[in-house]
Design a protein. Structure first.
Length: 308
RNA sequence: GGUACCCUAGCUCAGUUGGUAGAGCAACGGACUGAAAAUCCGUAGGUCGUUGGUUCAAUUCCAACGGGUACCA
């Protein structure tokens, strides 16, 4: 895979825009496989709410990283990066083009650029810090961060408690400031990358999202959420489509309110994804219906027509 | 038909003892390094129901009209 003719083609875009369908058509055309880059389609229990490829679709094209984990498993972007990269080493032995398809911007960037080497989080420490947080509030945490890592304190969003938590955790775990690990260096990849993003008219996208939520409830999303209720505090269940139904099951909302909230939060999520992909100027934008334009774009870039 | 109350941002509602107005949600934009479908930040948007009166000045007080809600007949 050290040759320069290996291509990773990224297909990104907001949820419900049509990535899955188009990716399968493209993979069939180029006779290759798909690596999923959607942080929630990794989990096998999330069958309905994350709109993973259907069994028929999975049969058409070889897929990787779809429903490989349990919601009980701990997982993170760094593991994803490492596992995808070693899989790519294998796959590029027999293929020249591979698709990376999904909507999780951070996961895609981790594969394309890499992320810095840092310690994993320590559940015990986090539990302890959570207790401190409840007791002392966010100001106490800010002060602690300022003491442990003035550099990060200067640069971080001090209103974002997840960021503060993470930085403090790394400092306490390693005895070194978080900023020591944060090098922001782009890793070299022994393959070329072509980035494609999909988008469509906003109202049309919202319409598709709203309809898809209705279809999910018809398919049994509520039952699925009920069956996963006992895992509601696990990270993978902090997901649009599930968290709202957990609140419904706790009588915080009516069912109708919960479903409206799922639609609203999915629309919001789509916008957040667009913000992420817009920032990266390497993306070339297409409408999901422009399949032949996309095929030309890929072929023009890779300069070859056979892929075996 | 009578009485009372209401009409302010796309929605739900604050508010101005008279000096042309805000919150939450929605909309739109942005940030993003082991929680990322997470977690945060910002922007815009109103002839304050209509018409008239009082006043230096009315979204605010008064009247009529229109629309709504509740109660009484």
């Amino acid at each position: 895979m050290t040759n320069n003719n290996s291509w990773l083609v990224v297909l990104a875009g907001p949820t419900a825009v049509g990535k899955t369908k188009l990716a399968i058509e493209l993979a069939e055309y180029f006779k290759t496989c798909i690596i999923n880059a959607d942080s929630r389609q990794l989990y096998k229990e999330l069958q309905i709410g994350t709109a993973p490829p259907t069994p028929e679709e999975l049969n058409k094209v070889e897929h990787y990283f779809v429903q490989i984990l349990s919601v009980k498993d701990y997982y993170n972007v760094s593991q994803f990066e490492n596992e995808v990269i070693s899989l790519l080493y294998e796959l590029f032995k027999t293929r020249k083009l591979i698709f990376l398809v999904g909507g999780s911007g951070l996961y895609i960037d981790a594969v394309c650029n890499g992320i810095d080497d840092m310690p994993n989080y320590d559940p015990e420490l986090r539990k302890e810090l959570l207790i401190q947080y409840e007791k002392n509030g966010i100001d106490w945490f800010r002060a602690l961060l300022k003491k442990l890592d003035p550099n990060t304190y200067q640069n971080i969003d001090l209103k974002n408690k997840n960021r503060i938590f993470r930085a403090v955790e790394v400092c306490l775990q390693t005895g070194k400031p978080y900023s020591y690990f944060l090098k922001n260096t782009k890793k070299h990849r022994p393959f070329k990358i072509l980035k494609i993003a999909l988008n469509r008219n906003r109202l049309e996208l919202y319409d598709i999202i709203n309809n898809r939520v209705d279809k999910m409830t018809e398919k049994g999303l509520i039952e699925e959420a009920k069956s996963l209720y006992s895992f509601k505090n696990y990270t993978p269940l902090k997901t649009v489509g599930y968290k709202e139904l957990f609140d419904y099951l706790e009588n915080k909302y009516s069912l109708d309110e919960a479903i409206d909230l799922i639609k609203r939060n999915t629309r919001k999520y789509a916008r957040k994804q667009l913000t992420w992909f817009r920032r990266d100027k390497d993306y070339r934008w297409f409408h999901p219906n422009d399949k032949s334009l996309i095929i030309h774009y890929i072929e023009n870039n890779i300069n070859e027509r056979t892929f075996f």
